[in-house]
Write a protein that binds this ligand. Structure first.
Ligand SMILES: NC(=O)c1ccc[n+]([C@@H]2O[C@H](COP(=O)([O-])OP(=O)(O)OC[C@H]3O[C@@H](n4cnc5c(N)ncnc54)[C@H](OP(=O)(O)O)[C@@H]3O)[C@@H](O)[C@H]2O)c1
Length: 257
């Protein structure tokens, strides 16, 4: 049974995607525009957003830095005013930096948390009052399977994503009784500018288009957690329940770190 209330048919759906200029967000925006949805596209790079929109009259460009609450609030006002409401806010934005314990500084940690965690919280805080006033609509948050348990090289990235998983779970508990949908999206490895920097072999790597397909299928099914690819996420979910002694040994063997 679906955990979330159904979204309108895509041709009737008004969606705001934050992090729509490249990678998973851009692929999802293209797919939803092709399905007939109205999609507001946000990220910092307006030129890339225009390429994603590619002249589609259902696309609206709202370039912003989502770590700036004032920019988010004014874009949100414009989008809602233009469309007399909104059905889905998808927060896809994020970044990645490898940090090992001996590389940790206040500066590199705070910079990553600002983008991956604070931006999501600021955006959620900006949109929730209007969603609650509408009494319908949904919010989707892209976290990562890296938030399931600790992993080498993901000292702050993993912590930010674990926090987002908890944040989305708690949002669900509060918002489901009020008629709002909450989606937690946990991708495995997806080929995007974010992972193009990785030098290691990424298991079960998929394309951004495959990620967008999985996200849209999960939204259509009203799932709470949309995790993919299943062949990879099932293994990680199993690792999540192992005792630490076994978990640490398996991760060391798998990563060589
Ligand atoms: N790729 C993977 O394997 C993978 C796996 C698990 C989870 N994820 C998560 O999926 C999400 C998307 O990642 P991706 O792989 O598609 O990476 P990506 O291609 O680098 O996309 C990141 C998006 O976030 C936007 N963004 C970053 N900082 C922003 C800011 N301050 N304000 C507004 N927008 C901002 C970027 O746009 P601008 O630079 O134009 O602002 C871009 O549109 C991230 O949250 C990432 O952690 C990715």
């Amino acid at each position: 049974m679906a955990l979330n209330p159904p979204l309108p048919a895509w041709r009737d759906c008004r969606v705001w995607i934050i992090g729509a200029s490249t990678g998973i967000g851009a692929a999802t925006a293209r797919k939803l525009l092709a399905a007939g949805a109205r999609v507001a596209l946000s990220a910092r790079n307006a030129q890339l957003l225009a390429e994603v929109a590619s002249g589609n009259p259902n696309a609206r460009i709202e370039s912003l830095d989502y770590t700036d609450g004032a920019q988010v609030a004014s874009a949100w006002e414009r989008v809602r005013a233009a469309w007399s409401g909104i059905d889905l806010v998808l927060i896809v934005a994020g970044t990645h930096a490898e940090i090992r314990a001996w590389e940790l500084t206040e500066a590199n940690a705070m910079a990553l948390l600002e983008t991956n965690l604070h931006g999501v919280i600021k955006t959620t805080a900006a949109v929730l009052p209007a969603l609650l006033a509408q009494g319908k609509g949904a919010i989707g948050i892209v976290s990562s399977v890296a938030g399931y348990r600790g992993l080498p090289k993901a000292l702050i990235y993993g912590a930010s994503k674990a926090a987002l998983i908890n944040f989305a779970e708690t949002l669900y508990l509060d918002l489901h009784p009020k008629g709002l949908g909450v989606y937690l999206i946990n991708p495995g490895f997806v080929k995007t500018p974010l992972t193009d920097k990785n030098e290691f072999k990424m298991p079960h790597l998929i394309t951004a288009e495959q990620a967008a397909d999985a996200i849209v299928a999960g939204l259509d099914a009203g799932e709470f957690e949309i995790d993919f690819p299943k062949a990879f996420t099932r293994q990680l979910k199993f690792l999540r329940i192992l005792p630490y002694r076994w978990y640490f040994a398996l991760i060391r063997r798998a990563t060589g770190l």
